[in-house]
Design a protein around this ligand. Structure first.
Ligand SMILES: [Zn+2]
Length: 297
């Protein structure tokens, strides 16, 4: 009985070739789908097979599902109108802020928002949460409203959520999942045990989902803060907001925008470092509140 023993010799050689073939394909996949995001200046890997239209369709499907399961407030309700007004001001500033950020990186903005069909719904729920799905479907839970406390802080949260959609973070996660599946397939095809496989994958940076998600949060914080500032909200409200958020969600499941961050302290430090830039954006784009005068470049 040696069925369970590690096969060596020729089997080992074959295993190596299988792994090399998968690794070559993985590297090809990685580099052929790699690009620089004009809004962050950072490298991103998004499967070219995942189009913004596809993402938008998925976003719409998910939104309809959420609206079926939750209790949406009527559009005429005061909270609905307030949230919608904040979202509209942020959305109006996406084109000039995108152009300005892209120009800072010597690039041109791709303006994915042009294909979005925006919608804003307030959901009656104690959850301290909000989201923006690909394609521009926004939801805010009523539980977030008392924690946000004011329009400026709510604009910071909504800006953060909108930023995830603009940066195509969903498509990046789908691409990541595809690569991880490829890695698992390679491991299975070569007969490698799971422990060895994980060590190998970790060596190439796979499976490091947490830091990756953290960098997405940091990117969304920055873009969201610039949007809020450019839309004439006070970006300085971001700091007390995260302090309240930490206090207000201690005994509950962490909301999307708090779940993957290392700590509120680190986040607040990062936001404070961004504040001079945010105030500069406010001065530059908020000359006439909500007007058409502010243009990039
Ligand atoms: Zn987030």
């Amino acid at each position: 009985m040696n069925l369970g023993q590690m096969p060596g010799g020729r089997r080992g050689g074959l295993r190596l070739w299988v792994l090399l073939a998968f690794a070559a394909y993985g590297a090809y996949y990685w580099y052929s789908n790699r690009s620089i995001d004009p809004l962050t200046g950072q490298a991103v890997v998004i499967d070219k097979g995942i189009s913004p239209e596809q993402e938008k369709a998925l976003g719409l499907q998910a939104y309809q599902e959420v609206l079926r399961q939750e209790q949406p407030l009527p559009a005429e309700a005061q909270a609905s109108r307030q949230v919608e007004a904040i979202a509209e001001r942020l959305i109006a500033r996406i084109p000039p802020v995108s152009d300005a950020l892209a120009a800072e990186h010597g690039l041109q903005a791709s303006h994915v928002e042009r294909g979005f069909d925006w919608a804003v719904t307030v959901l009656q729920s104690d959850q301290v949460n909000a989201f923006c799905l690909p394609g521009g479907k926004i939801a805010v839970y009523t539980g977030l409203l008392p924690v946000a406390g004011n329009a400026d802080a709510l604009a910071v949260v909504l800006g953060h959520e909108i930023a995830h959609a603009l940066l195509r973070h969903g498509a990046q996660r789908m691409t990541r999942a595809k690569l991880e599946q490829l890695g698992q397939l390679a491991g299975a095809a070569s007969g490698m045990d799971q422990g060895t496989l994980q060590t190998v994958m970790a060596a190439y940076g796979y499976g490091s989902a947490l830091p990756y998600a953290r960098s997405q949060e940091t990117q969304a914080d920055e873009l969201g803060l610039m949007l809020a500032a450019a839309a004439c909200f006070d970006p300085r409200e971001a700091v007390p907001l995260w302090e309240r958020m930490e206090q207000g969600t201690q005994d509950r499941a962490p909301p999307e925008f708090a779940s993957t961050h290392p700590s509120a302290g680190t986040r607040i430090q990062q936001l404070q470092a961004l504040m001079p830039k945010a105030l500069e954006y406010r001065a530059r784009f908020c000359g006439d509140a909500g007007g058409a005068g502010a243009r990039a470049g």
